[in-house]
Design a protein around this ligand. Sequence first.
Ligand SMILES: Nc1ncnc2c1ncn2[C@@H]1O[C@H](COP(=O)(O)OP(=O)(O)OP(=O)(O)O)[C@@H](O)[C@H]1O
Ligand SMILES: [Mg+2]
Length: 365
Amino acid sequence: MATLSLNKISKSFGTAKVLQDIDLAIKDREFVVFVGPSGCGKSTLLRIIAGLESATAGRIVIDGQDVSDLPPVERGISMVFQSYALYPHLTVFENIAFPLRVAKLAEAEVKAKVAKAAEILQLTDKLALKPGQLSGGQRQRVAIGRSIVRNPKVFLFDEPLSNLDAALRGDMRVELSQLHRDLSATMIYVTHDQIEAMTMAHRIVVLNKGQIEQFGSPMELYHHPATKFVATFIGQPNMNLLPAKVLAAGAEGLTVEFNGGLRLTLPVDCTTATIGDTVDVGLRPENAPLGEGISMKVRVLERLGGVAITYAITPDGQRFCAALPGDAAVAEGQTINIAINPADCHVFDKSGNVMRRRMAPAIAA
Ligand SMILES: Nc1ncnc2c1ncn2[C@@H]1O[C@H](COP(=O)(O)OP(=O)(O)OP(=O)(O)O)[C@@H](O)[C@H]1O
Ligand SMILES: [Mg+2]
């Protein structure tokens, strides 16, 4: 279908800089998710790609053609919004057919295209109904159907599932991933839900304050977050951060002391740290077993069955979450010790950038 590249896209509303120098190259048939906190510029970027908003600077290229100055209808793009405005007085068939009617296609062609979209979206037996007779998920599928019939080069979705309840969101996630495979289309999907991002994306763009923090596959972002922001945004429950003082920086890595006295040497390249600095040591809840290490008091325990999500607090007031085995022998109010494996630690310098982790030395053949 189509590649899409953004070259130095910037956007200001008056004096407010909303997007800054966004460079992005999206591959043909890729499913890319834009994720980030509210107000970071996700929708604005999507609307600029669609042509509904003009960029202050920068160019947009779709399939090798610079579309920056083209109106939305000539960009070969289709967009589905959070609030899917269906026409309540029209049937599902006519709602899906709407853009084809506007384009004045022949009746036979309209019927064929609507039938195909309805089949993909499992709406064939609903075509005669009105939107009011459908569930929320079915209505959202009608809105998607309306974008499919236009046969766009690129599909854009702006939080299409956020009005649905949790169970339906889960179902629709699976359906959208399937739809992506069926259509083999290039898709960009905006959400602030990191679970949606992790489960659906080939690659995720993490946006923060109008800038790209990191662009990579879900597992790249999970295992190798480039910044503290990405580290704490991706992964559920969130990564823990513990401050530690740098005692030494050498060939083996960075030797730090945590509040409470625990000393560890962490296998990272410590070019950006000097002795006496405070760094943030990140540890995922799933890498925090019971054992000799840091002492903390359990505040709240959530036994989910397979895991026991343990919310604790250290004597110096740092919150810490550990995902312990479901039947772990811990109780609320108890003091526990959490072991820290240096190889699981992510270390962030004062400016929030990760200190690159040392790879295990390669074994000579
Ligand atoms: N038309 C506009 N005029 C002025 N400021 C705007 C306009 N549209 C968006 N903004 C500002 O641009 C910033 C980014 O908005 P945007 O809608 O892109 O955020 P978002 O990442 O989609 O957030 P959300 O997750 O809440 O939908 C916000 O600070 C917003 O107030
Ligand atoms: Mg938005």
